[in-house]
Design a protein around this ligand. Structure first.
Ligand SMILES: Cc1cc2nc3c(=O)[nH]c(=O)nc-3n(C[C@H](O)[C@H](O)[C@H](O)COP(=O)(O)OP(=O)(O)OC[C@H]3O[C@@H](n4cnc5c(N)ncnc54)[C@H](O)[C@@H]3O)c2cc1C
Ligand code: SF4
Ligand code: SF4
Length: 541
């Protein structure tokens, strides 16, 4: 069917007749929730900041972004970007490179020295945050912006949590981490380093705190029972990665075996290679498809020469060698031992089998529930003990930096309400802007910009950053690929196609309104809106 266009009429020809009287439906501009915003665990208004970036106003874009997430340069490097997995553009060609643009904005803010100020009046309330990882830092940031006095107690010698003592520098350079942490502290957050909390209730009453947010993470490497000779060198991945921040580099030997299939295993193997191991081999008891590590990380590791041994378990470790048993999948897809073994040379074995949380600071706290090694919290992030909130890796959720940041934000809003004797209520959720609501034919073809990478030789021999950022031109191009799903972006289509000139420009040309005296309810504007931002609603009786 041919699409009806306004050019079939003389512009303005019908405007003399007030044709609205025979209409049974009328158009309405709506705001829908873009799927990217919906998927971001930090609750970023991605479409909102991309809109500013599209016009080259990067500072406005950054300011929109940091309303939700104070760590865009970090997030633009380490977030697994579920926003891109949900992006509607992925159904047209390829998802918008949201993560790369976020990194560009974060880096630009550091380069330009953009700062923030607290405009809220001081509330006189004091909040203790335990742990200076992403979740604790995010909570401290959002609480401070709401006028509360925040102190962070951090057990370690530096802030950052697993962003500093887990994620290797080739993925997150420490000057980037330092700059974003410092900007949070500059808002007036007090940070006490080397200050481990051993009893939360005591710390709260000694410091005169009105509420606490706990974000102690999960730092205890899980051990598996593996028979081992006395001289066998076995260490856990988290300790190995933490030691990278120390003065002395760990000695792993020529051949290193990493046991596990998660992202930590990949980081440990890539680190071992960079430390000089000729062979770094990941041993995992399942198949590649079942591996919890993300595909792109496995691919990057393979391209650096990391070897993988699937469907294998470690039976025994001795000095210089280990014994593997081959596994096979049963009919349910679960790996079962086969009894077939093989030997593998290995100077050291690194266990990357996940981490447990150290919750000893919570012993004896009334009402608090710990199940499966993590602390239960409600939707307001409050534990069973009034005034004690928790988030990040120590609560039941996906363990990522972004989820931790989102928990910190949610907890800050709920702590703020709780301190005022109120309950935080989310605004009603708009309908999701699904792909079928868009008119994709309207948008020009534009392939995703590929971020450059460090060359292969330097990658496996140095700790230099692997993924390189977008140039300004590329960031601008990428931001402009956004389809503005579910919200008007001022394209003038409805204004142009209306046969009755019933679309008016308002707000100094920035928005539109319907002149219902002239609209006859034909719905052409709805059919032609590229972003699904107009609906027809029944005429009121
Ligand atoms: C090797 C590795 C790589 C990872 N890579 C990624 C990645 O690329 N992307 C991603 O999204 N996620 C990644 N993660 C997961 C991510 O790092 C965590 O999910 C995230 O850091 C959790 O944040 P958090 O604030 O809850 O805890 P943490 O970051 O663990 O911070 C907790 C802080 O609390 C402090 N603390 C602990 N106990 C106490 C106490 N009793 N008193 C005072 N302070 C205390 C700790 O010293 C620490 O600084 C990775 C994890 C690891 C181990
Ligand atoms: S934090 Fe992650 S999910 Fe959110 S916008 Fe950035 S890349 Fe996307
Ligand atoms: S096209 Fe834009 S608004 Fe739509 S999902 Fe992707 S980034 Fe979000």
């Amino acid at each position: 069917m041919n699409k009806p266009f306004a050019i079939t009429l003389d512009v303005g020809s019908s405007r003399a007749n007030k044709t609205g009287s025979w209409r049974d439906e009328r158009p309405l501009y709506v705001h829908r929730l873009p799927p990217c915003n919906d998927a971001c665990p930090a609750g970023e208004n991605i479409q909102g900041w991309l809109y500013h970036a599209e016009s080259g106003d990067y500072e406005a874009a950054w300011r929109e972004l940091v309303k939700d997430n104070p760590l865009p340069a970090i997030m633009g490097r380490v977030c697994y970007h579920p926003c891109e997995t949900s992006c509607n553009r992925g159904q047209l060609d390829e998802a918008v490179g949201i993560n790369a643009v976020e990194r560009f904005l974060g880096d630009e803010a550091i380069r330009q020295g953009w700062t923030q100020v607290v405009s809220a009046a001081a509330t006189g309330k004091r909040v203790l945050v335990v742990g200076a990882g992403p979740s604790g830092l995010s909570a401290a940031y959002h609480l401070t912006l709401r006028g509360h006095a925040v102190t962070i107690y951090e057990a370690g010698p530096m802030a950052g949590g697993m962003m500093r003592f887990g994620i290797p520098t080739y993925r997150l350079p420490r000057d980037v981490l330092d700059a974003e942490v410092q900007r949070i502290l500059d808002l007036g957050v007090t940070l006490r380093l080397d200050h481990k909390v051993s009893n939360i209730e005591e710390s709260m009453s000694e410091g005169g705190f009105d509420a606490a947010f706990l974000a102690v993470g999960a730092h205890l490497g899980k051990r598996a029972y593996i028979p081992a000779g006395e001289a066998a060198k076995i260490l856990d991945a988290v300790s190995l990665l933490r030691s990278m921040e120390g003065e002395e580099r760990p000695l792993l030997g020529r051949r290193v075996v990493v046991y596990g299939g998660g992202n930590t295993a990949i980081d440990a193997a890539r680190t071992a290679k960079r430390l000089g191991a000729e062979d770094a081999i990941i041993v995992y008891r399942r198949t590649r498809e079942a591996m919890p590590a993300h595909d792109f990380e496995v691919e990057e590791a393979e391209s650096e020469g990391i070897l993988m041994k699937w469907l294998s378990t470690i039976k025994q470790v001795d000095e210089g060698r280990l014994l593997l048993e081959r596994m096979e999948l049963d009919e349910t897809g679960f790996p079962q031992p086969t009894g077939e073994t093989e030997e593998l040379e290995a100077d050291s074995v690194v266990l990357a089998l996940g981490q447990n949380a150290d919750l000893s600071l919570l012993e004896g706290v009334e009402g608090l529930v710990v199940a499966d090694g993590v602390v239960e919290v409600g939707p307001d992030m409050m534990t069973g003990h009034p005034g004690i909130f928790a988030g990040g890796d120590m609560v039941p959720a996906e363990r990522t930096v972004t989820v931790g940041v989102g928990h910190g934000k949610q907890a800050a809003r709920c702590i703020d309400a709780w301190l005022r004797g109120e309950v935080f209520e989310h605004a009603p959720r708009p309908e999701l802007a699904t792909f079928d609501l868009l008119n994709p034919w309207y948008y020009a073809d534009a392939s995703k910009t590929v971020s450059p990478q460090l060359d292969a030789v330097r990658r496996s021999s140095t700790f230099d950053e692997v993924a390189l950022g977008l140039t300004e031109d590329n960031a601008l191009f990428e931001a402009r690929r956004c389809l503005s799903c579910g919200n008007c972006f001022g394209c003038d289509n409805c204004f142009g196609v209306c046969p009755d000139n019933a679309v008016l420009k308002v707000d100094e040309g920035d928005g539109y309104a319907f002149d219902l005296d002239y609209c006859k309810g034909c719905g052409i504007c709805v059919a032609e809106c590229p972003s699904g931002a107009i609906v027809m609603i029944p005429e009121p009786l």
